[in-house]
Design a protein around this ligand. Structure first.
Ligand code: NAD
Length: 483
């Protein structure tokens, strides 16, 4: 395949690819080679307007289709993604350094997600009530109309699918902005929408930056709902923009700093492999990655030794275009420098760096698989999202102590507990402040029928999987019928 196998680089508006109104473009760099791979058109506020107009015009006919008719398109889109797996793997490798094995997993997830929502839209129903004398009352669920989606760069195909799948199934039309760091797979989704004959304007896809493009979506007066996945800081900006414009419904899926609790009776090998995979998958650029490990004193020496071995093996960096590569680079220079700054901080503070701690290769934005031990709980390595292959391990004595430490964070996206004691597992599950908890596992991303959404500052108003997600894309109307 050529360096940039995708010839299209424009915005997908009203079913056609068009240049941006300003004609501006921006460059993309391959994080493995540090070379330019493509230029794409950059959307501004005028392009957002065009997308919203197209989505508005498409809404009446799209929402009038039966649920099955809408869902047929989603199933067809999943089939098209299947036919183009090689191309998606290539694009994610050159645009964001995702190894083929990691992209394969994301592609499976994206297809399953579309097929799930393509099957379950028919389950959107309301309620009836005879509880008021002289009335039959009912509630109906209706789409919002034109919705906005803003996605991060770290799993581009899956992220766009999480927005368009349930939104379109529920009868909405959309304007989605891809991340400026990884827009290529979203452009390919636009091409596939043309292949399946998705009606014009139902989905509009813009390449662009947070400002002006994302901001214009967040402020737009004709967008009724916005679904955002990204950092807490941007989530806050989007909520503010909504508050200051038309009070659109806002769904936020935000960052995490997930704790993983290892008790003395944990199944050692399983725990080690789960912990290593969680921090190294996509080079730690995963919102739910287990970044804080708390290990009980008795098992700590064995656990840390085995984890160092597993991370050394799984963490070997390489070219994401090679099928044998296990781990790629960080997405770009900005992210690379950010992760290195955390490592410099650990060195300045004199923390125990038990593994790695440096830039990994001479070329490309590769960072060592890293373990830092015994870090004070108030340090930024424990408090802030690093979004790299960097793990902190601290020890604990008893259950109360570890629960206090695990919950002492503003994040609440994901947590895991490893133990052979079922009662303890369930006690801990109940006490952990997170939207999802794994018992003897980290995140089984494939569980699409389970509602996922962050607690605390990891989210607001969002449920991204399951039928609960579909409901978030509809608004209810109460209907009172006097007998
Ligand atoms: P980010 O917040 O920097 O950017 C996310 C998106 O928002 C991008 O498309 C960006 O262009 C846009 N944006 C930036 N400023 C904006 C503004 N003022 N108005 C509107 N849009 C704006 O996040 P990122 O660096 O792309 O992604 C990493 C973050 O995403 C991490 O915090 C990670 O934990 C989080 N994340 C969360 C989940 C989840 O499911 N909870 C999943 C993936 C990533």
């Amino acid at each position: 395949m050529s360096t940039q196998p995708l010839k299209e680089n424009r915005l997908f508006i009203n079913g056609e690819f068009v240049p941006s109104v300003s004609g501006k473009t921006f460059d993309l760099t391959n994080p493995t080679t540090e070379e330019k791979i493509a230029s794409v058109y950059e959307a501004g506020a005028e392009d957002v307007d065009l997308g919203v107009k197209a989505a508005g015009a498409a809404f009446p006919a799209w929402s009038a289709l039966s649920a099955e008719e809408r869902c047929d398109y989603l199933i067809k889109l999943a089939d098209e993604i299947e036919k183009n797996e090689e191309l998606f793997m290539h694009l994610e490798a050159i645009a964001m350094g995702m190894p083929q094995s990691a992209t394969k997993f994301v592609i499976q997830l994206a297809k399953r997600y579309l097929r799930y929502f393509g099957t379950h839209a028919i389950d959107i129903t309301g309620e009836t009530s005879l509880n008021t004398t002289g009335y039959i009352n009912l509630s109906i669920r209706q789409p919002y109309g034109v919705c906005g989606g803003i996605i991060p760069w770290n799993a581009p195909l899956f992220m766009i699918v999480t927005k368009l799948g349930p939104a379109l199934a529920a009868g909405n039309t959309m304007v989605v902005k891809s991340s400026e760091k990884s827009p290529l797979s979203s452009i390919l989704v636009g091409l596939l929408c043309q292949n399946i004959g998705l009606p014009k304007g139902v989905l509009n896809i813009l390449n662009g930056f947070g400002r002006p493009c994302g901001e214009a979506i967040a402020k737009h007066m004709d967008i009724r709902r916005i679904s955002f996945t990204g950092s807490v800081a941007t989530g806050r900006a989007i909520q503010k923009a909504s508050a200051e414009s038309n009070l659109k419904d806002v769904s936020l899926e935000l960052g995490g700093k997930s704790p993983l609790l290892v008790f003395d009776d944990a199944p050692l090998e399983k725990t080690v492999m789960a912990a290593a995979f969680s921090i190294l998958y996509n080079s730690g650029q995963v919102c739910m990655a287990s970044t804080r490990i708390y290990v009980q004193e008795g098992i700590a020496p064995k656990f840390i030794k085995a984890l160092k071995g597993a991370m050394s093996e799984l963490g070997v960096p390489g070219d994401p275009l090679l099928a044998s590569t296990k781990r790629g680079p960080q997405v770009d220079k900005l992210q690379f420098d950010r992760v290195l700054s955390f490592l410099d901080h650990a060195k300045e503070k004199g923390y125990d760096i038990a593994l790695g701690g440096n830039k990994a290769l001479d070329k490309g934005y590769f960072i060592d698989a890293t373990i830092v031990r015994d870090v004070p709980e108030n340090d930024k390595l424990i408090r802030e999202e690093i979004f790299g292959p960097v793990l902190v391990i601290n020890m604990f004595t008893d259950e109360d102590e570890v629960l206090n430490k695990a919950n002492d964070t503003e994040f609440g996206l994901y947590s895991s507990v490893f133990t052979s004691d079922l009662s303890r597992a369930l006690r801990v599950v109940k006490s952990l402040e997170a939207g999802a908890v794994g018992v003897n596992c980290t995140s089984p991303f494939m569980a699409i029928d389970m509602p996922m959404g962050g607690w605390k500052q990891s989210g607001a108003g969002a449920r991204e999987f399951s039928k609960a997600c579909l409901e978030t894309w509809t608004q209810t109307k109460a209907v009172f019928i006097s007998l």
